[in-house]
Design a protein around this ligand. Structure first.
Ligand SMILES: Cc1cc2nc3c(=O)[nH]c(=O)nc-3n(C[C@H](O)[C@H](O)[C@H](O)COP(=O)(O)OP(=O)(O)OC[C@H]3O[C@@H](n4cnc5c(N)ncnc54)[C@H](O)[C@@H]3O)c2cc1C
Length: 403
């Protein structure tokens, strides 16, 4: 494994650093340091627009769709520099639009779909959410019951999705629907793109433990989408869905450790601030966290190397997902133990997003750590629960017999 970066990638790093120096205010301390939630959100929106204007969104996509045709390594360097500068990559719906759907359309979309949707995703004109889970179909996604029937030149959709993150901020949803109800479970499913702003769709926010309603129930009652909004072959949506899940589970393996390392540095400071850094049991747990984050970093390098060589990370995505999410539960529990009773009366705003660590630059406030603690639980569920990741690792990595 060679962990140095080639010259053209380092040149790109210089470009990113120059953009950051030009675009950020001189007293910039990181998005987490903005005390008001609404101001932090407003900054995230402005920053996203700057990234688009400076050509830093969708950099791995071909130029004809608004990208720059750069490599995954360039993307890693971009996220590295953003994390170091206390910035996140895009807004929350970009996870679904750029990372998941964009990458999936490049693999499965028709030329017309790519030309129509990809530039609009980068411009922020379309904001996407993910309609996979249903009340009786989560880990067992193939149990999904939402139906779509072709009526002339439109699909008519009926059913319900749940836990749909950001649907209340999105104007499109990609969803899985059963198009041949009597077919075997993984067959007869199609992958559809559907506009949300129509009378047949009802979005009802669900308030999470952390306090904000970040996900929703989405009800479809004779909702309609054009026939050409089918991605991949009809009734073969399962393969498309799995391509997308690979992007959801894997690509951040190399950049997550940067965020977790920054969070851990904050935890060290917290232990000192609260006078707990000499407590042998706290020290032992801090040392455990340090070892885990270092291992996560090398695991990330290994997965990145594999992805650059083979183009696909396969079940390694499950190893990375299981590793960071289980680590994060323990690290945030430690933060709350260090805080003691003060943690029960949180002060300061919670994280802007319910995924991973609090935003870079966040203060060592009880509000920040309690939010991260609650979000860490969600991390062991979304994008495939820990038990499901263990099943994948057991069967596809270790070769154990199927359940
Ligand atoms: C914060 C958050 C955001 C989310 N956002 C989205 C979104 O935007 N779009 C979307 O479609 N979904 C989203 N989800 C849903 C998520 O994908 C599901 O919650 C997840 O797949 C688990 O499904 P479930 O909740 O139905 O639990 P279940 O599948 O019912 O699982 C319940 C428990 O049983 C365990 N279990 C289930 N099957 C097995 C098995 N075979 N072996 C061992 N243990 C098993 C699970 O690990 C879990 O502990 C989100 C979830 C969260 C928490």
């Amino acid at each position: 494994m060679d962990i140095s970066y080639p010259a053209d990638v380092e040149a790109f790093r210089d470009e990113v650093c120059a953009v950051l120096a030009e675009e950020l205010p001189s007293d910039w301390q990181g998005i987490g340091a903005i005390a008001s939630r609404s101001e932090a959100q407003a900054f995230a929106r402005r920053w996203r627009a700057s990234m688009h204007r400076r050509g830093l969104l969708g950099i791995t996509w071909p130029e004809r769709y608004g990208g720059r045709g750069l490599s995954k390594l360039h993307q890693v360097v971009l996220v590295e520099e953003l994390a170091k500068a206390g910035l996140t990559f895009g807004e929350h719906t970009d996870l679904f639009g750029i990372k998941m759907l964009g990458s999936t359309l490049l693999r499965w979309g028709t030329e017309a779909q790519k030309e129509r949707f990809l530039p609009r995703i980068l411009a922020g004109a379309d904001r996407w959410c993910q309609g996979y889970s249903e009340p009786d179909a989560g880990s067992d996604l193939a149990s999904l019951q939402t139906r779509a029937v072709l009526d002339g030149d439109e699909w008519v959709i009926n059913g319900q999705k749940i836990w749909t993150s950001e649907a209340h901020h999105a104007n499109w949803i990609f969803l899985l629907a059963r198009t041949v109800p009597e077919a075997p479970r993984h067959k007869g499913i199609s992958f559809l793109l559907c506009p949300l702003d129509q009378p047949g769709i009802d979005i009802r926010p669900i308030r999470q433990l952390a306090g904000e309603p970040e996900f929703n129930e989405v009800f479809f009652t004779d909702a309609r989408t054009a026939a050409e909004n089918l991605v991949g072959p009809v009734n073969e949506g399962w393969s498309v869905a799995m391509t997308l899940l690979g992007h959801e589970r894997g690509e951040e393996a190399a950049t997550n450790p940067i965020l977790f390392r920054a969070e851990l540095d904050r935890l060290f400071v917290l232990a000192r601030e609260r006078g707990r850094h000499r407590d042998p049991l706290i020290r032992q747990r801090l040392a455990w966290c340090y070892g885990r984050v270092e291992i996560m970093r090398y695991l990330g390098y290994r997965i990145l190397t594999q992805s650059l060589q083979d183009g696909d990370i396969g079940p390694a995505a499950s190893i990375a997902k299981l590793y960071w999410s289980e680590y994060h539960v323990k690290a945030t529990e430690l933060a709350l133990d260090i805080e003691g009773l003060a943690g029960l009366a949180p002060r300061g705003r919670p994280p802007l997003r319910a995924v991973r660590t609090d935003d870079p630059g966040a203060p060592n406030s009880t509000g920040s750590w309690l939010g991260a603690f609650v979000n860490a639980r969600a991390g062991t569920i979304y994008a495939g629960s820990s038990e499901i990741q263990r099943n994948i690792i057991a069967e596809r990595v270790l070769g154990l017999p199927p359940r």
